[in-house]
Write a protein that binds this ligand. Structure first.
Ligand code: AOF
Ligand code: ZN
Length: 509
């Protein structure tokens, strides 16, 4: 879940106000340097005004009429001074904002450290797959002495990066980590070893690591080494970093986000099929961010034939997802943008030929390679189907020459279904370490994906427009007969992006 920074400001005396919102749990931070003498109080009040203005903006963007927040007022530089925690309710009536707040408790700076760790972890987004986003901060005598995050799979973990940044001894220090430190040899050695070696005295952990190779083992090893371990610290906020990892590491299949953009009357195109554009530039920018964050992107051949999309990430410095095209009978044209760019952007095409073997058709095994022209005497009773298979293989061969990997995954459990077995496809993609997929399907593929039970999250972008007419909708297929048969969703959040709305749901299983 992304941290929304709505507003922040500083004044000449070092007073600082900021507002950050973690989804589902609103937090306001106001910081003011110095002690609470008369002049400083003014800075605090000024800081709070900025905070409330920020909250007002945030409420407008999120269509909220009331918001409950926890407000931390800091005295002294972050990480060193004391913090007073307040409960605060803001309510909007018309254009007036009413604020009620009361002091609740004096808290330690630990929340600030952990929020910094969460911020660091985000830097790995889009790059560290299939590993989780993890951050770490090392604190000694009220000072941050080391910071790090997990930047790329195969490279050092967050804890080891934080240790590598140290300019002084971490003996007796506390390390804050968003995820339980690992205790196994994977692509890298265990982080627990590095923490013990550094003689760190205390480890504060956000999320537990569901990886069966860790799963409580990291905390146990640390405790056995005499280190104090605090678990579940700001756990919800840390867990919100890694829904993809938690799903992937326990199921070995990708976390699938079904994304679509529709009008307020539920249309994804006009009656003539035109769909450019439904949502505005800002919402489309958010989709680019999602493409960067997901390891794969999936679409159907219908979308390729209709729009000739690139399905890449157009953010500067962003990462292109692996493109996965469901194309049962290999209709994808060689001159499509996808085929023309497959040498640069990894691309998988998924067919569903019952007569071909299951799984990836390896280029070396592709008979089309040697099948120049079959000898006439080779013709027999089976020649017709053989010729059919040969022509399929030669199409596969031409796609492979474009740089495309072809997987044949017919639905063996339901021979009536002429489309790929999506649940099986997810297993195969999981083996390729694809941990997340942005499903940008049309209504047919979306319906198949929901029916196959492979979708974990739905993101609906809703544009303030009405198309009317006989036009396509996000989920087609046969549909259900009674409301009780619906795919059930759980509301997660709604956000206004430009003129559009983005609503996020979790698919209930
Ligand atoms: C940590 N800190 O920053 C991360 C952790 O193959 P490896 O060596 O990269 O290990 C991957 C596993 O380590 C991953 O599945 C998860 O359980 C854990 N990730 N652990 O202590 C980190 N990224
Ligand atoms: Zn580790």
């Amino acid at each position: 879940m992304r941290m929304n920074r709505c507003n922040s400001g500083t004044d000449s005396k070092g007073g600082l106000a900021g507002f950050s919102s973690l989804d589902g749990r609103r937090t306001v931070i106001a910081v003011c340097a110095g002690s609470l003498c008369g002049r400083t109080v003014r800075y605090v009040m000024k800081a709070l005004q900025i905070v409330f203005a920020g909250l007002d903006l945030w409420m407008e963007a999120h269509l909220a009429r009331a918001v409950y927040c926890v407000m931390d007022v800091h005295y002294g530089a972050p990480g060193t001074g004391s913090v007073l925690r307040h409960e605060c309710v803001l309510r909007r009536t018309g254009c007036r904002l009413r604020i009620r707040w009361r002091e609740r408790e004096k808290i330690m700076d630990e929340h600030i450290y952990m929020r910094r760790v969460i911020e660091l972890a985000h830097k790995g987004e889009g790059w560290c797959h299939p590993n989780p986003m993890v951050g770490a901060v090392i604190v000694k005598d009220g000072r941050i002495i080391g910071e790090g995050y997990h930047a790329r799979c195969g490279e050092l973990h967050a804890e080891r990066n934080a240790i590598a940044s140290l300019r002084e001894s971490a003996k007796g220090a506390t390390i804050y980590v968003t995820l339980e430190p690992c205790c196994h040899y994977g692509r890298t050695p265990p982080c627990t070893e590095a923490i013990i070696e550094q003689k760190i005295a205390r480890v504060v952990i956000g999320s537990r690591d569901p990886n069966p190779k860790v799963s409580g083992g990291g905390a146990k090893v640390l405790r056995e080494a005499g280190i104090e371990v605090v678990e579940d610290f700001l756990r919800d906020e840390c867990d919100a970093l890694n829904p993809v990892f938690f799903h992937y590491i326990t199921t070995k299949t990708p976390y699938v986000i079904m994304k679509y953009a529709m009008t307020a009357d539920g249309k994804i195109a006009t009656k003539t099929g035109a769909s450019k554009w439904i949502t505005g530039g800002e919402a489309r920018g958010r989709v680019q961010q999602m493409r960067h964050a997901c390891m794969g992107i999936m679409a159907g051949i219908g979308t390729v034939l209709a729009d000739d999309p690139m399905l890449n990430c157009r953010i500067e410095g962003g990462r292109d997802p692996v493109r996965i095209i469901c194309d049962s009978t290999l209709r994808i044209p060689a001159e499509s943008a996808i085929c023309r760019t497959a040498q640069e952007i990894p691309t998988i095409v998924v067919s569903a030929f019952p007569e071909l073997p299951d799984g990836e058709i390896a280029a070396a095994e592709n008979p089309a390679k040697s099948a120049v022209s079959p000898a006439p005497e080779a013709a027999d009773a089976a020649s017709e189907s053989k010729t059919g298979a040969e022509s399929i293989y030669s199409k596969i061969r031409s796609l492979q020459q474009c740089g495309i990997r072809v997987f044949n995954i017919p639905d063996r459990k339901d021979p009536e279904n002429s489309r790929p077995d999506l649940a099986e496809l997810m297993k195969q993609l999981g083996k390729l370490e694809i941990d997340s997929i942005l499903l940008e399907g049309g209504g047919t593929l979306n319906e198949s994906a929901l029916r196959a039970g492979i979708v974990q999250e739905v993101r609906a972008f809703i544009a303030p427009k009405l198309f009317g007419g006989q036009a396509k909708t996000p989920v087609e297929g046969g549909g259900v007969s009674v409301p009780d048969e619906a795919v059930q969703l759980e509301y997660k959040s709604a956000e206004r992006i430009g003129e559009d709305l983005m609503v996020t749901y979790r698919v209930k299983k």
